[in-house]
Design a protein around this ligand. Structure first.
Ligand code: FES
Length: 612
């Protein structure tokens, strides 16, 4: 039996049909609603909330009761992932503001000499006559001063018509030195390329003029694979559970890339056919899906990818709708959890060309860490979990408007929110600031234990009044119901602090393992680059105060934004940079933390909050 689901968003109502017994979250995702579901529908993150227009609709399940407050349940809030469709439903999705999340597209770029892999050359051939009956191919080779005729069979098929379309004036397209295409007339002004950073959650893309190196447009959007799961493990599971799951995953990412191409070219007044090269970076799983390669063996120990090599494909072969003679470059990866995005970030940081030792940290559910210099590079991937993205945090949210992103306790408690809007929750950078502030004020101790009120005689009464108990655990009130956008209190809880301790300890221990493996002291690291959106907004003092970044690195931190995207752009502009990326791949020695004994020791130490 089919039921109607009416979705109310702002003033619009959309309608879809769903089978009896189907899951509401899955139904919404299948219909391309951008639901935030970082726990993959396990009912633990609380981020897939919808609101029933009729609050007396389906009762929440036991997990819903655990996650949602009594006020939320009364107001009609339910977890979409825990809601089974057994009747027609009217739901409101206004609170699904995941799409408004700040996506950092810009990254610090190095200056490179413009030398893209693709180039064009305009030539004029002498038209044939009865005195000159050379073949079209010979005529072309002679004009280029070549002894051998080099045009491929597919180019020979285009050659006669192309030459005669503009009176033997033609533009040749080269992929490095290989003749890759022919166009009638002079089209040398049209030579554009796109660099794409395929993230598990978002796609960032950049359109560049390959004649000048100018950036013409940027794009950010959600990865359409999100409907199959929030993280790489969930998506790999989908490819294993569904007979055509891998093909679905490939089709979704291709659609995401093709959408980016359409939007970028439209924004610059161009056509997709004006794009002659695309450079793609992403984690190893994303690039496997793009190539329709099985990612199964990366999901479990010993974490083996099918390949980590560079690929240079024809656009049609890759399934990307741009110029038919364009090339698609997939940047090499290192291992299952050190992908082409990390290689590109290391390239953009310039760390592999300098003698002094640098550290690169790209924060995420897996924090990728690279340490080294022009002679050696070590890398590891630390399983930080989703706390930095606001997931598994009681009032956690992504970097959306209204997210509390900074916090301070001076005489009074102060916080700011993204966009200056009323608070809706706490994002990753806010979480770090809050933990640092509470630790400084003595509200949490070095082990992370949160005070319950009796043990802090010197704490001002205004702060004591904020101590609370939520679901049987200690908590601290950050924003009152009157202050918040949803008229509900925003708390930080003891469990939130534990989640943060696990995340920060994973990163800090990863750094310590790399330094110990290299046999260097942290003081010897000249520069620490913080990459990614989170790395751009994190407050260095707070990150050091809670021990996420070791104190020894203080004063030498630099946020470099979307370094993976910057590396992809660099490779698009300079074929030498692809060569450098390959050298970085070769040079990086990957350290697997799950089999590293020292990691556990460092991790336990790093769970503590540190004294400055
Ligand atoms: S996706 Fe529903 S609670 Fe996480």
């Amino acid at each position: 039996m089919l039921y109607k689901i009416r979705i109310h968003r702002q003033s619009q109502i959309e309608e879809l049909q769903a089978e009896e017994g189907s899951n509401l979250l899955q139904t919404l995702l299948q219909h391309n609603y951008d639901m935030y579901a970082p726990c993959n529908g396990n009912g633990t993150c609380g981020k897939c909330k919808i609101r029933l227009i009729d609050p007396a609709g389906p009762e929440p399940t036991s997990k819903g009761h655990t996650i949602l407050s009594t006020e939320e349940i009364t107001a009609g809030y339910r977890l979409a992932c825990r809601t089974t469709i057994n009747s027609d439903l009217d739901i409101r999705l206004d609170d699904t503001d995941f799409l408004k999340a700040k996506v950092v597209t810009e990254g610090r770029r190095r200056k490179v000499r413009l030398s893209p892999a693709v180039s064009k050359r305009f030539i004029t051939l002498t038209p044939p006559d009865l005195e000159d009956q050379r073949s079209d191919s010979r005529r072309l080779a002679d004009t280029l001063g070549l002894k051998q005729e080099t045009a491929s069979l597919s180019l020979l098929r285009q050659l006669p018509a192309t030459l005669r379309a503009a009176n033997f004036e033609t533009t040749l397209l080269f992929n490095r030195t290989r003749l890759a295409g022919l166009e009638a007339g002079n089209t040398t002004a049209k030579l554009f390329g796109i660099a794409v950073d395929i993230g598990t959650t978002t796609l960032a893309a950049y359109l560049l003029n390959l004649n000048t190196g100018d950036q013409l447009a940027t794009y950010s959007g959600l990865n359409p694979q999100k409907k199959f799961g929030a993280d790489v493990i969930a998506r790999i599971s989908h490819t294993l559970e569904k007979p055509n799951g891998l093909a679905e995953m490939q089709a979704a990412i291709l659609e995401g890339i093709n959408q980016a191409v359409r939007q970028l070219t439209a924004a610059a007044g161009l056509q997709p056919t004006d794009v002659y090269e695309i450079v793609l970076v992403g984690n190893t799983t994303m690039l496997h899906f793009l190539l329709n390669l099985a990612a199964k063996n990366m999901a479990a120990s010993p974490f083996i990818p099918v390949t980590t090599q560079t690929f240079i494909l024809q656009a049609a072969e890759a399934g990307i709708t741009i110029n038919q003679n364009a090339i698609v470059v997939l940047v090499p990866a290192v291992a299952a959890y050190i992908g082409a995005d990390t290689v590109a970030a290391a390239l953009a940081s310039g760390m592999s060309t300098r003698k002094p030792v640098s550290l690169l940290i790209d924060f995420g559910t897996n924090g990728e860490i690279v340490l080294g210099n022009s002679e050696w590079l070590l890398a590891c991937s630390a399983a930080a979990g989703p706390a930095f993205e606001g997931a598994n945090i009681h009032n956690g949210v992504g970097s959306i408007p209204g997210a509390i992103d900074s916090f301070l306790i001076e005489k009074e408690l102060k916080y700011t929110t993204i966009g200056g809007e009323k608070p809706v929750g706490i994002c990753g950078t806010g979480l770090i600031d809050i933990a640092a502030g509470l630790y400084k004020a003595g509200i949490i101790d070095a082990t992370g234990r949160m005070a319950t009120g009796t043990g802090l005689p010197n704490l001002p009464q205004s702060l004591k009044d904020r101590l609370a108990v939520i679901d049987g655990m200690a908590a601290f009130l950050i924003a009152s119901a009157d202050e918040s956008a949803h008229h509900q209190e925003v708390y930080i809880t003891q469990k939130d602090i534990r989640e943060l301790q696990n995340a920060k300890a994973a990163i800090a221990a990863g750094i310590q393992v790399l330094a110990a493996t290299a046999g260097i002291r942290l003081q010897d690291i000249e520069k620490t680059y913080l990459a990614g959106g989170f790395g751009s907004y994190i407050k260095a003092a707070s990150a050091i105060h809670i021990g996420l970044i070791p104190l020894e690195l203080s004063g030498r931190l630099e946020a470099i934004g979307n370094a993976a995207g910057a590396g992809a752009v660099e490779i698009l502009l300079s074929r030498r940079s692809l060569h450098q990326a390959e050298k970085i791949k070769q040079k990086i020695k990957y350290i697997e933390l799950s089999s590293c004994r020292e990691f556990n020791d460092f991790f336990i130490d790093a769970m503590l909050f540190t004294e400055e």
